[in-house]
Design a binder for this molecule. Structure first.
Ligand SMILES: CCC/C=C/C(=O)SCCNC(=O)CCNC(=O)[C@H](O)C(C)(C)COP(=O)([O-])OP(=O)([O-])OC[C@H]1O[C@@H](n2cnc3c(N)ncnc32)[C@H](O)[C@@H]1OP(=O)([O-])[O-]
Ligand SMILES: Cc1cc2nc3c(=O)[nH]c(=O)nc-3n(C[C@H](O)[C@H](O)[C@H](O)COP(=O)(O)OP(=O)(O)OC[C@H]3O[C@@H](n4cnc5c(N)ncnc54)[C@H](O)[C@@H]3O)c2cc1C
Length: 678
């Protein structure tokens, strides 16, 4: 919905009138019901009407330091408002993984984007710090810390795992915590430059506590990685505490208000009860007890991977909203020489750039919801000592969906940026910050290739289980189905099945490659390394097979519920477009593993083009239905009123360089140069 009451661009207004779907109807479904839609809109009004949260200058015109300071000013104000609003709406609130997720969705999906270009230094407190406390703390530890942490009462936290020398290979982390049984304390050290913690959001100048992942040693014996709660800055003065060397790591490609930091520890002592001991304990005398499986230490990473798919689909749909609105406002080149210049969305090549991204964002949402429900079920079971059998499947799915989702969303955002021509390149169009955050997610919380290799490991194991006729987890049952593609009338079904066959064959190929190398007497690790191309291809194919099958199944499920006929129809088109688009983009792999004739392929392409034509009249109504506030989009090209040229000019005039007719460098340098006096 618009925040603007000014007149709307005529082309955009005409698009809205001509749509066959009601964007409000779509918005209600998208938001999860009218109550949720209204609740979010009321929060947006409450936040955005506050003049103190306005930006005087576009963030990209600020220095790195000013940008950080402005982010802190606005994020503290914003969090205070968010809390007030939240406690008025949810007086009985208690902190849980679900409530953290809700908060995170608000922060990253809607409001966070608007106010902080998607991220800000306090976000790590709300996501990883609190989640780790909740997931790894004992009841006594939660009793002591959780309420204070939730209210940020003297505590601003972050999560320090990655080091200068190691991010991926976490078993290689060097930071150590030695237990001193005499004083019942842990002594923490980063013994080398490469052991310095490096990257944690908010660590530089903002956080005063952090969870530190360190190798535990008791009486010289190693007990693996464990999480420790460490105060790094004084609660009152915010000065770094003795033994703490902390700072910001500097400007990055995106997310420049996040204050990612470094941390060195030199003989920093913390009491025994500041090791988070839900999974493993160190008793006062130094006895080590591994209570729950060590893998549960990775729980926070699984949580963030699960939730990242949702974060990036929001970015993708913001970019798609901007590009769609711009594409109906912008006129360029007549198609018929006797007619005026057309809206660029009428060029079919423009539709190919824009509409599949909308379909992708919607189908990612169907997958993200499914994944969240699966995660919540497993978590619930783990709490009562069950659920471990589902962990490998959850891990495998969250890895490949996070990897493929962040990769394709970043690619999609950049394509949408390019679809806006020159203006898309301006910071005021806001593609740069949306892209910066999406592409950061490609790396953080598990780098793309590394996560694909984790999924592939699972796939090969399931494939060998299928050869032994074992029952397979639901997301990989297709590995047992060796039937060839049976081309039928339903093109989406053909495409989904062809993608499953590709995933099965890629997995088989990876397994064969590993076996071949093993027969040459190579170790398992060497064989895995040499099979890396086949393994990653299998994981990518699995992600596509899952995403397409899930979209078709979720569509059916939703249609059995209370979808309005209009939403049902348009959702059907979007799902079909996504499935065919995925099929066509994967044509290399699909054609390698399926016998598909040229005319069958042409049928797919024709249906794909037909779907573009069917969706074209509803493109604007659809993106209106995502209901991004103008402040969330933060874009001169994408606002609800479509007054693109007015906004571009207004933003240019606001630029600090235009606040004086002559810049001082004219006298100091340009003029002397012209006079030969430099
Ligand atoms: C807002 C954003 C802020 C960003 C924050 C960050 O980035 S924070 C920093 C984020 N940093 C990163 O994300 C770092 C990325 N790196 C990692 O997560 C790990 O180093 C690793 C998974 C790559 C390898 O770990 P490893 O060497 O310990 O393990 P291995 O390969 O020897 O496998 C052993 C077994 O464990 C299994 N298993 C593994 N993980 C999980 C899991 N989560 N669950 C369940 N299972 C899991 C695995 O499948 C295998 O099973 P199998 O086959 O034996 O039955
Ligand atoms: C914006 C941002 C925010 C972050 N926030 C945090 C945070 O809050 N807390 C925190 O602890 N960390 C954080 N990180 C760190 C992040 O988790 C790591 O950067 C990430 O896990 C990748 O690890 P790396 O940097 O060591 O990459 P590397 O592992 O060094 O990757 C470099 C290359 O090596 C390849 N490679 C590495 N290992 C293998 C392998 N086994 N097989 C094949 N190829 C391999 C990779 O595929 C990649 O191509 C953040 C990072 C970013 C960019």
């Amino acid at each position: 919905m618009s925040s603007s009451s000014s007149s709307v661009n005529v082309d955009l207004a005409r698009e809205r009138q001509g749509a066959s779907i009601d964007s409000e109807d779509f918005a209600r479904w998208w938001a999860g019901g009218s109550d949720k839609l209204e609740e979010r809109r009321s929060l947006e009004r409450y936040v955005f009407e506050d003049a103190e949260l306005e930006e005087a200058v576009h963030p990209s015109c600020l220095s790195y330091k000013e940008r950080y300071e402005q982010t802190i000013v606005r994020s503290t104000k914003f969090l205070a408002k968010l809390r007030q609003w939240h406690s008025s709406k949810h007086p009985q609130f208690s902190v849980s993984v679900d409530s953290l997720r809700e908060f995170r969705v608000l922060l990253s999906g809607q409001l966070g984007t608007a106010l902080f270009q998607q991220s800000f230094p306090l976000r790590l407190h709300l996501s990883m710090f609190l989640t780790t406390l909740l997931g790894q703390g004992t009841d006594e530890q939660l009793h002591k810390w959780l309420s204070r942490a939730w209210h940020m009462d003297g505590i601003i936290g972050t999560y320090a795992q990655t080091e200068l020398g190691h991010g991926t290979y976490i078993r290689g982390l060097e930071t150590r915590a030695d237990y001193d049984a005499e004083s019942e304390e842990f002594v923490l050290n980063t013994p080398s430059l490469s052991a310095y913690k490096w990257w944690p959001g908010g660590l530089g100048n903002t956080a005063n506590m952090t969870i530190v992942l360190a190798q535990l040693y008791v009486k010289g014996r190693h007990h693996g990685l464990q999480p420790f709660l460490v105060r790094i800055r004084d609660e009152e003065t915010h000065q770094p505490l003795p033994g703490i060397d902390v700072g910001d790591i500097g400007p990055k490609l995106g997310g420049n208000g996040v204050n990612n930091g470094f941390l060195g520890l030199r003989n920093v002592r913390i009491p025994r009860d500041q090791m988070l001991m839900k999974n493993a304990q160190v008793l006062p005398d130094g006895t080590f007890v591994q209570g729950r499986p060590p893998l549960l230490l990775y729980g926070t990473m699984v949580y963030v991977r699960v939730i990242t798919l949702r974060d990036v689909l929001h970015g993708l749909l913001q970019a798609a909203t901007i590009a769609t609105r711009y594409s109906v406002v912008r006129r360029q080149s007549p198609i018929d020489e006797s007619q005026p210049e057309v809206q660029i969305l009428d060029h079919i090549t423009q539709q190919v750039k824009v509409l599949p991204q909308i379909a992708r964002g919607v189908c990612y949402r169907l997958a993200a919801d499914w994944l969240w429900n699966f995660y919540a079920r497993v978590l619930e079971q783990l709490e009562v000592g069950a659920g471990q059998h589902s962990l490998p499947e959850l891990h495998a799915l969250s890895c490949c969906l996070k990897a493929v989702g962040t990769d394709e969303a970043s690619e999609g955002i950049d394509l949408l940026r390019k679809s806006c021509g020159g203006h898309g390149f301006l910071s005021s169009a806001n593609f740069d910050s949306i892209y910066g955050m999406a592409t950061a997610a490609y790396t953080y919380e598990g780098e793309y290739t590394v996560l694909l290799l984790q999924t592939a490991r699972f796939l090969v194991r399931q494939y060998t289980d299928s050869l032994k006729r074992k029952v397979l987890p639901v997301s990989v049952t297709y590995l047992r189905n060796t039937a060839r593609l049976n081309w039928g009338k339903n093109l989406a079904e053909n495409a989904a099945r062809a993608l499953e066959i590709s995933a099965l064959e890629q997995t088989r190929l990876a397994w064969q490659s590993q076996s071949m190398h093993r027969q040459r007497k190579l170790s398992e690790q060497q064989a895995n390394n040499l099979s890396g191309r086949q393994l990653t291809a299998a994981a990518i194919a699995h992600a596509h097979a899952f995403l397409t099958r899930n979209a078709l199944q979720e569509l059916e499920r939703l249609r059995r519920g209370s979808l309005s006929p209009q939403v049902s129809a348009v959702l059907g088109q979007l799902v079909e477009l996504f499935v065919l688009d995925t099929f066509l983009r994967q044509a290399g792999s699909v054609l390698r593993w399926n016998s598909i004739t040229g005319s069958q392929l042409r049928l797919m392409e024709r249906r794909f083009e037909q779907l573009l034509a069917e969706l074209r009249p509803n493109a604007v109504a659809l993106v209106d239905g995502f209901d991004f506030h103008d402040r969330t989009l933060g874009s001169t090209l994408g606002s609800y009123d479509g007054r693109v040229y007015e906004r571009l000019m207004a933003e240019a005039r606001r630029n600090p360089l235009n606040q004086e007719p002559v810049n001082a460098t004219f006298r100091s340098h340009l003029q002397p140069m012209m006079r030969g006096k430099l």
